[in-house]
Design a protein around this ligand. Structure first.
Ligand SMILES: C[S@@+](CC[C@H](N)C(=O)[O-])C[C@H]1O[C@@H](n2cnc3c(N)ncnc32)[C@H](O)[C@@H]1O
Length: 283
């Protein structure tokens, strides 16, 4: 028997679907295959902050007030990141992945969903310390142009430096993090030699396709915001973008195991969610 609570949940779910359809039809932003749980949290949060009583009222406001749509876009986009986030991931990269990449004449890396760029500069530092930066090109993409602007500037607040220095050490850093930036007042700016090896550009994992073949893809804490359909699409995109025996690194709470392409990858390190593309799987 369906009780009142189930009915209310079902209505919320329908209202959310209608809101997402309206956003897509009016503005072309496609959140229809993002995780319902994530969107519901963000929508209910916005409802609490505004003088709006229901999701259908929110839909009306979205359709008639483009400025409100901007607020919703900000609500839906979670851009939290940090330098050497989950340091053990970088330790594994150093120990198990870079020795393989070293054997290639050149290295191409794709950071998908790079946000404000902290993990991209972390990787560049790692490559520099392993003597590989000069033969590497990093493509770093996100669908949010505001965060990409920050990433391109390579400037960050000094506020989190202590934490970043700690992460760097735990990630196997060979020197001091301060060897790689200049401090000016309350900001640090990374050495321009890193910027020369990084191409930042807009790429939407929902709608865009493969843009180049790479040896390593890093896409952490992004799949978690997508539903199973979209995860399948994105994992296929990664599979198609990887060269033979290319490597994929995803977030600690994410997995390709249960996706349609789970069999096309095997673990290099299960704890760090680092996979290698199996050979013979090109369809
Ligand atoms: C939580 S951040 C993760 C940042 C970084 N990868 C990390 O792990 O620290 C998620 C990022 O995914 C991006 N993102 C969300 N949907 C996307 C999409 N459809 N295409 C590309 N990037 C997307 C967001 O803009 C955000 O910058």
């Amino acid at each position: 028997m369906i009780n009142n609570q189930d009915l209310a949940q079902e209505n919320i779910s329908i209202d959310i679907k209608l809101l997402l359809e309206a956003i897509y039809l009016k503005y072309g932003h496609d959140f229809r295959n993002y995780s319902q749980a994530h969107l519901k949290r963000r929508i209910l949060h916005r409802l609490m902050l505004s003088n709006i009583n229901s999701i259908s009222e929110m839909q009306y406001k979205v359709l008639h007030e483009p400025e409100f749509m901007q607020e919703i876009l900000t609500d839906f986009s979670i851009n939290v990141t940090e330098m050497f986030r989950d340091p053990a991931f970088y330790l594994t990269m150093r120990k198990d992945v870079l020795p393989v990449l070293r054997t290639y004449p050149y290295i191409k890396i794709w950071h998908a969903g790079c946000s404000t760029g902290e993990e991209v500069y972390s990787m560049a530092i790692l490559l520099e310390e392993e003597g590989l930066l000069d033969k590497t090109l990093i493509y770093a993409t996100d669908n949010n142009e505001t965060v990409l602007k920050v990433a391109k500037k390579a400037e960050y607040s000094t506020e989190n430096l202590k934490n970043y220095q700690k992460n760097y050490e735990k990630g196997g850093g060979k020197g001091k993090l301060s060897d790689y930036y200049e401090e000016k007042g309350s900001v640090i700016k990374f050495d321009p030699r890193f910027r020369k090896r990084i191409v930042f550009s807009e790429h939407n994992l929902v709608t865009d396709n493969v843009f180049t073949e790479v040896h390593l893809i890093i896409c952490r804490n992004v799949l978690i915001y997508f539903n199973r359909n979209l995860q399948n699409r994105v994992i296929k995109l990664f599979h198609d973008s990887l060269m033979k025996e290319g490597v994929l690194g995803i977030g600690s709470k994410e997995s390709v195991d249960y996706s349609r392409y789970g069999d096309a990858f095997e673990y290099i390190n299960k704890n760090q969610k680092i996979y290698i593309k199996k050979s013979g799987n090109d369809e």
